[in-house]
Unconditional design. Structure first.
Length: 138
């Protein structure tokens, strides 16, 4: 397996099967060119397209410094339980360290046992202290 940073809209389009929705070229270009935005793709030797990805965004606050928000993670069903998610998370954490982030965090839907298992296997801990409030701005 190889993990590399996405650099082009074409690479993201090739990974479209991993995203929740079709890749929008304008959104992809904006993400790729924004400072502090990271998207890593995992490639398996036996696959023609990426088999996984993780995206992260550096968040900064005046009194807290920088954190890495693990924004989204996906691994294609046939490639799960092979350590790909753990490797992607580890690589994003390394990028965060290099960028001077003091921590990394992720929001997880309640009951998403697959995601929770992946995050725990990569060393993540649930501190049990969060609730998620959302606003629809559309």
């Amino acid at each position: 397996m190889e993990i590399r940073r996405a650099a082009t809209v074409a690479e993201l389009a090739a990974a479209e099967h991993l995203f929740d929705n079709p890749v929008r070229p304008d959104g992809a270009e904006r993400f790729l060119t924004a400072a502090g935005h990271h998207l890593l793709l995992a490639y398996a030797d036996d696959a023609k397209a990426p088999v996984g990805f993780v995206s992260g965004v550096e968040t900064v606050h005046p009194d807290k410094g920088a954190d890495m928000l693990l924004y989204e993670l996906a691994v294609a069903e046939p490639y799960r339980r092979r350590g790909i998610a753990r490797a992607l998370i580890g690589r994003l954490a390394a990028l965060g360290r290099e960028a001077g982030c003091h921590g990394m965090w992720v929001l997880v839907d309640a009951g998403n046992d697959v995601a929770l298992a992946a995050y725990r296997s990569a060393g993540g801990k649930d501190d049990g202290s969060c609730s998620v409030m959302t606003w629809d701005l559309a």
